[in-house]
Design a protein around this ligand. Structure first.
Ligand code: ADP
Length: 609
């Protein structure tokens, strides 16, 4: 039994070749038979007819010879008779050796016998003529010889007719044989064509069927039906292919199950991690519908994840302040991570959250969700409040005795209560300087604690920033000149009026200019700029001073931060920039610093126009 596809195709091919060979072989044999029949027709019968005709001619010649002999041409007659006799026997022998038809042999034998008699009668004629004279011989000729001559001639004609008849019947046979052969070859060719067609169609379908099944199965697997198994029962190459295909889908299935399982495990792990985060975490889709909540969120907001899933933030979390902030961040197209400390009231309780919101993007950087982490900084805020209150109280408590100390010191330095020696004067002067520094520190601390505890009163009204800048330059001009520093304003003289607490913004600008003049060398420059862009007023103080190291630039606005380092270390409290930040932010603006060591610093703050 042939098992391989190659073997099967070869068998079909051999069958077709065999069929063609049979048709060809049959045709060759039949054409050979036909050619033999034509041979018989053309050669044998024709040879006999020709021989008989020559024999007739010979006996006609002999008859003429006898008549010559009787007309006194004895020698010529006898000679002619014998010559024709030779011719007769020559053709007689040819015919005797070419007997092809039934009855031909009897004719030959009779002719032979009669011809022998004819020859003998001629001898008798000669004897009669010699003994009894020509008249008797003529009678003998008329009575005996002429009769035999006619009989012989008739015999020969019959033999010729027999061969002629045979020749015609051979011709009919050849014609019939040709028709039979034609139909046979035609029939065989037809059988070969039809057989070949059905054989090929049958086997092509048989061979292709498993390939169609395989193609169908591959299509199903492509569409995700990994459990699809091909049932091809053949053990040929296609069977092998199907077997390998089944192995492959099985492996794919195993892989899918394992990767699915792993994915599920990883997903559960991730969810468990998210759920266990101690700060509230909310995941929203781009329509602000809740996708996920963690346990801390459920506890603080008093909700259950199942109850709010797929519901809008406002319907689920029900916090307008939070929603306003989150939606404002994304409405502005801010796809980046944003952070903001917000005071949120949840179920009549005060919370402070550092809201960290991050956009989740797909591979094409399209946002498909938002993760909101509410870092609970309520306790820190409370501690800070205690610290601010404490700072305020301490500063306040220190301020009264310090004021009387400073008053006492000024009485002493004014020498209103008597003279003192040079050494005492130096000590008292140093005490006064330190006292003044302490007094300004306490005032700054008091100011900061007031702003931080929301006790500071902001006197908001429309005013011109140019006026504030001019006042600032006037105030620090002398100091700048003494330090050989060029202090100037660079920008338009026409700027829109802005609604601010002019005293506090003046304080902020003065603090920035005072700092710039502190950390600067002779010959350097300090310039103030003010521009309006995108509904914001950008005010900056730029200097060509010592600059601020990179690591300080982000924390410089924190309380008590001072840049450390050799010659640059100045005696400062590190509160000024913190107060400036509180003031600017209270106005709804931002403040930041850009600086390069030994190149200079630029402090910029914005105010809404
Ligand atoms: P203070 O009120 O004591 O000056 P600030 O908060 O204003 O403190 O400044 C904090 C620190 O920032 C300063 O100690 C100083 O090291 C650095 N600083 C501020 N402005 C500049 C500046 N223009 N150039 C260099 N350093 C500066």
């Amino acid at each position: 039994m042939v098992k391989t596809l190659k073997g099967k195709i070869s068998v079909v091919y051999i069958c077709l070749v065999l069929m063609i060979a049979i048709v060809g072989f049959t045709s060759v044999i039949n054409f050979h038979v036909l050619s033999r029949s034509v041979d018989g027709l053309m050669v044998n019968n024709y040879k006999s007819i020709n021989a008989v005709n020559n024999m007739i001619e010979a006996i006609d010649g002999q008859n003429m010879a006898i008549l010559n002999y009787l007309n006194n041409n004895e020698e010529t007659g006898i000679d002619l008779f014998h010559k024709n006799s030779d011719i007769f026997y020559k053709w007689y022998n040819i015919e005797a050796n070419n007997i092809t038809e039934s009855g031909e042999k009897d004719h030959i034998n009779k002719i032979n016998k009669d011809y022998a008699k004819y020859i003998m009668l001629f001898s008798n004629l000669q004897e009669i003529r010699n003994k009894q004279g020509t008249d008797k011989a003529l009678d003998f000729y008329n009575n005996q010889i002429i009769t035999l001559y006619n009989n012989l001639k008739n015999e020969l004609k019959d033999l010729s007719a027999l061969n002629e008849k045979a020749m015609f019947s051979s011709k009919d046979k050849v014609t019939n044989d040709t028709i039979v052969i034609m139909y046979l070859v035609l029939g065989l060719s037809l059988v070969a064509v039809i057989g070949g067609y059905f054989l090929s169609t049958f086997f092509i379908n048989k061979f292709l069927k498993p390939i169609y099944i395989l193609t169908e199965s591959i299509r199903s697997v492509k569409e995700g039906e990994l459990q699809k198994e091909i049932s091809v029962a053949t053990s040929d190459e296609i069977g092998l292919l199907a077997h390998e295909f089944n192995n492959m889908t099985e492996r794919l299935q195993q892989f899918e199950y394992s990767s699915k399982g792993k994915l599920l495990e990883e997903k559960n792990k991730s969810i468990a991690i998210v759920k266990s985060i101690s700060d509230p975490l909310i995941v929203l889709d781009t329509d602000y519908k809740v996708v996920l909540l963690n346990n801390a969120c459920e506890d603080i907001f008093g909700i259950k994840e199942e109850a709010v899933l797929n519901k809008h933030f406002l319907e689920g979390i029900r916090n307008g302040e939070l929603y306003e902030y989150i939606s404002s961040v994304y409405k502005e197209g801010n796809e980046k991570r944003s952070e903001k400390i917000m005071h949120v009231k949840v179920n009549e309780k005060d919370y402070y959250f550092n809201i960290v919101s991050t956009a989740i993007k797909d591979r094409n950087l399209k946002i498909y969700g938002i993760v909101i982490l509410l870092q609970n900084v309520t306790k820190l805020k409370q501690l800070e409040k205690i610290k601010t209150d404490f700072m305020g109280t301490i500063s306040h408590e220190l301020k009264t005795p310090l004021t009387s100390i400073m008053m006492g010191l000024s009485l002493i330095t004014d020498k209103k209560i008597g003279d003192f020696n040079e050494k005492q004067e130096t000590i008292v002067e140093a005490m006064r300087e330190d006292g003044e520094r302490l007094s300004s520190l306490i005032s700054e601390l008091l100011q900061l604690s007031k702003i931080e505890s929301d006790k500071a009163v902001f006197n908001i009204k429309q005013c011109s920033i140019i006026g504030i800048i001019e006042n600032c330059i006037k105030r620090f001009n002398e100091q700048a000149l003494s330090k050989e520093v060029n202090l100037y304003y660079e920008g338009s003289e026409k700027l829109p009026k802005i609604t601010i607490d002019s005293e506090k913004i003046s304080w902020t600008l003065n603090n920035l200019v005072s700092n710039a003049l502190k950390y600067i060398n002779a010959g350097d420059e300090v310039f103030i700029k003010a521009v309006v862009k995108d509904n914001k007023m950008y005010v900056s103080v730029e200097d060509t001073g010592v600059g601020i190291p990179d690591e300080y630039q982000k924390i410089i606005f924190d309380k008590f931060v001072q840049v450390k380092g050799g010659d640059l270390e100045m005696r400062s409290s590190g509160i000024g920039l913190a107060i400036a930040k509180e003031i600017v932010e209270a106005h709804g603006g931002e403040i930041w610093c850009e600086s390069r060591l030994d190149v200079g610093s630029k402090f910029t703050f914005t105010l809404p126009v």
